[in-house]
Design a protein around this ligand. Structure first.
Ligand SMILES: Nc1ncnc2c1ncn2[C@@H]1O[C@H](COP(=O)(O)OP(=O)(O)O)[C@@H](O)[C@H]1O
Ligand SMILES: [Mg+2]
Length: 375
């Protein structure tokens, strides 16, 4: 039977001036087993850094996505529920809704609203057929919606939330193609020093800001870098990395920068966009993507500024766009195991400004690097 876990929020989760009681719905393991037909393979819809995701139907007919966390989450029941209560309080049109959870025995399971149109990675960027038409209007709605959701996490709620894993598979689409950011706040469910960012997944590395990939430095600005890469993917309709392409075209950010410098940015816009395309607006979005991926964190705009740029209430051309920090640079860095030329200049104007001497908490060890970089 469903029940509610009621308790007073821990102080670090309390919204300013709010020390009220909050609740999160707690499901029994048996209920979720029934909802997913015993977690059957047929109901499995994905597997990510946290564990497996199953489609399910609750007794009342509600469709849900059931995320079974892998053993990495070793929190006690109370701690787990405390963190989840904080997440379940967060409501925004561009964020996935957490319906409830299960914390029976060693099971740690999250129950979300099921989003019928799946993720951007499987539809817009996926290799298999998708019936969804991503015309320009739909892409604008998705890009602006994601920007609004992230601005809300970064700037509106207290305490702020840094997502840490903004990428196409964490952007889910409802039946009207309203984008919903998923997996926010989950980093708190992991034990210290663990990461859910699966760098083995093709393309994931391409979303990581250099300071995050190299030094494990997580800030709002590393989310903004990831958003910039995602924005390019939305406009161009392709993954940030595609090793099947000729070498000069493999990395979307590198290619976009090259075309920007040549004054032919429009050439990279997705040729499959049907119907009306606002080329000027698409180029503006690409420029915002380049701004968000600037090497120097201070050059990347805050998310509220990004929303204003994307909606035309803030000028983009006023901002100075320099060469962004690019995946190819740190690919070389990690593969060679030594800094590329000029890598000890921490704040040079080029993207080759990484340093390994400060690299205290890299996301990956050098022994893992070759496979993780086979993107
Ligand atoms: N609420 C949901 N509704 C529909 N599909 C979902 C939902 N949550 C997750 N998924 C699907 O499950 C897949 C795996 O999700 P997840 O475990 O978060 O891994 P990742 O985000 O790394 O792909 C996603 O790519 C998505 O296709
Ligand atoms: Mg996810």
């Amino acid at each position: 039977m469903d029940c509610c876990f009621m308790f007073r929020k821990r102080s670090q989760h309390a919204v300013e001036g709010d020390d009220g009681v909050h609740s999160v719905k707690v499901f029994s393991y048996n209920e979720l087993r029934k909802a997913t037909q015993d977690f059957s393979g047929a109901n499995k819809i994905g597997e990510g850094g946290f564990g497996s995701v199953f489609r399910g139907m609750l007794k009342d007919g509600t469709l849900v996505a059931v995320k079974v966390l892998s053993a990495t989450s070793r929190q006690g029941v109370r701690e787990f529920l405390t963190e989840l209560t904080a997440i379940s309080d967060i409501k925004h049109d561009n964020l996935v809704t957490l319906i409830g959870c299960c914390a029976e025995g060693s099971h740690r399971i999250l129950v979300y609203n099921y989003l019928e149109n799946n993720s951007l990675s499987q539809t817009l960027l996926g290799s298999s057929y998708s019936s969804i038409q991503f015309n320009w209007k739909a892409r604008v709605k998705i890009a602006v919606g994601v920007a609004r959701g992230l601005a809300f996490l970064h700037e509106e709620i207290r305490p702020h939330i840094i997502h840490r894993d903004i990428k196409a598979s964490n952007i889910l689409l409802d039946k009207d193609l309203t984008p919903k950011i998923s997996d926010f706040g989950l980093a708190r469910l992991l034990p210290p020093n663990a990461t859910h960012v699966s760098t083995r997944v093709a393309g994931t590395l391409g979303y990581l800001a250099p300071e995050y990939a190299i030094r494990g430095q997580v800030t709002k600005k590393s989310d903004i870098y990831s958003f910039g890469v995602l924005l390019l993917e939305i406009v161009c309709g392709r993954c940030n990395t595609n090793t099947r392409l000729p070498s000069e075209d493999q990395f979307l950010l590198e290619k976009t920068w090259a075309l920007y410098e040549q004054g032919h940015l429009e050439e990279i816009i997705d040729a499959d966009i049907e119907g009306e395309l606002d080329v000027e607006e698409a180029c503006l979005f690409l420029k915002v993507g380049l701004l968000c991926t600037q090497d120097a964190m201070a050059r990347r705009p805050q998310m509220t500024a990004v929303v204003r740029m994307l909606t035309g209430s803030k000028n983009v051309s006023m901002e100075k766009i320099t060469r962004p920090a690019m995946i190819t640079d740190f690919t070389e860095l990690k593969i060679s195991g030594k800094p590329p030329e000029g890598a000890n200049e921490t704040h040079s104007n080029t993207s080759r400004s990484f340093t390994t001497t400060e690299a205290t908490e890299p996301l990956f060890s050098s022994s893992e690097t070759p496979t993780q970089l086979s993107i």
